[in-house]
Design a protein. Sequence first.
Lengths: 469, 64
Amino acid sequence: MSPAMPRAEYVASDGLGLTAAVRAGRVSARAVTDAALAQIAARGPAVNTFTTVLAEQARADADRVDAAIAAGRDAGPLAGLPFAVKDLFDVAGITTLAGSKINRERPPAARDAAAVAALRRAGAVLLGALNMDEYAYGFTTENSHYGPVRNPHDPTRVAGGSSGGSGAAVGAGLVPLTLGSDTNGSVRVPASLCGVFGLKPTYGRVSRAGSTLFAGSFDHVGALGRSVRDVTAALDLMQGPDPEDPVCSSRPAEPCLPLLGEGVDGLRIAILDGHFARGGDPEAFAAVGQVAAALGVTRRVTIPEAHRARAAAMVITASEGANAHLADLKRRPQDFDPLTRDRFLAGALVPAAVYVQAQRFRAWYRAVVADLFGQVDVLLAPTTPCPAPRIGQDRIVLDGVEVLIRPNLGVYTQPLSFIGLPVLSVPVTRPGALPLGVQLVGAPFREAHVLRVGALLEAKGVVAAAVSA
Amino acid sequence: MTENPTPEELGAYVDETAKRIGLPIASEQRPGVIQFTGVLLASAALVMEFPLPDDVEPAPVFRP
């Protein structure tokens, strides 16, 4: 039995750092897992992230990793890496709640979702399932059934959503890597507000098989983590064709981890203007300025009609989300979270002509943005228009205008997921201030570009995960 | 629906459309549903007013 891992050492490391220590025999996977469980027990209740902790299963998985290492077998590229997943990924043996009360009545999942299975096969140790907005419809994770997730850097503030538990679990040092899903910003918004890295890959690059869909036209699986290399390693293991997800691309996997050190030479980088340069706090734009200055970027480009793309995203999301839950909305609306119910009900009333037109607009907009990527490789934009608002806060003044805070947290993320672009949200170093993220946006299937930029910024200390353990 | 519907017009739209698809809306939920319907129809107006070329097909592609 190897010695226990000190808490300070556990929370100081990124995921691949822990794996390296396990693979080198400096610490056992069991000791890392016990450190994770101790941190979840000590710090978890304050942030309210976990809906299920899988202590027994995690210890058994860790023991298998240690046995493999003891026998001289390869324990996998993520050996002993502790991770947790948004509670909309199936985990064999537990019921997938998707943040709802209704789904408690469902039987336990028979097998792990594809993304979960990919990480576990690589030796990562699953610690449990994480709180979220009901059915992923929200940007704040103020879940009425399971309580609000609290921001690790200020417990009176939200963690963002809908993958709020996934952001806060990393930001509070509970686990270095989590999975989330992103339909309109649900990986990137919590990454920004919790001060961690959040990767939303290209639409269709990662299988969604075994995850609860919200609005299938935009649903992506993504990763939140302590470092660029952590989320990149997760992407590399999860990407590739899967016949069980009808929108999963047939393109073969192209690993990005080996490319992280290539720097940004040859990449054409520009700041997004127009929609992405108005309607936010000055500090959101200052964060973009910090990143741009570090990269020596002054060029500005505009995506036309981005505000209309956001409107079309809202129409499609509401329509598809409402349709997914229509039977329950008719039969038992009282069992929905009051924070999502009225929006789901309203979504059921959108005329078909509007939905179809929004899907046609999406094709038009995709072509326009594809043209732009002929002239530029990576775009910079704020992730959220402001740092984390207070739990229960309804309105905020942005750019001199009072607006509803909850929908506006996605103002800069929605026009990008609308056409499935890969985006890495990076936590900008802001000592003494609440976290804020900046989006690095790439052309479809060019994750490597944004990850290379993120890795360089991280190496320069311009961006770094803010962990309040 | 007019371009800037009044709350009464929105309420009538919600009541009629919900009835046609058999979606009961309780009185305590009605104000919230009307509010979000207003938000969605404002987004819908932005989408519908944009002149798209005739040859633009919807983004999703079905592969038999």
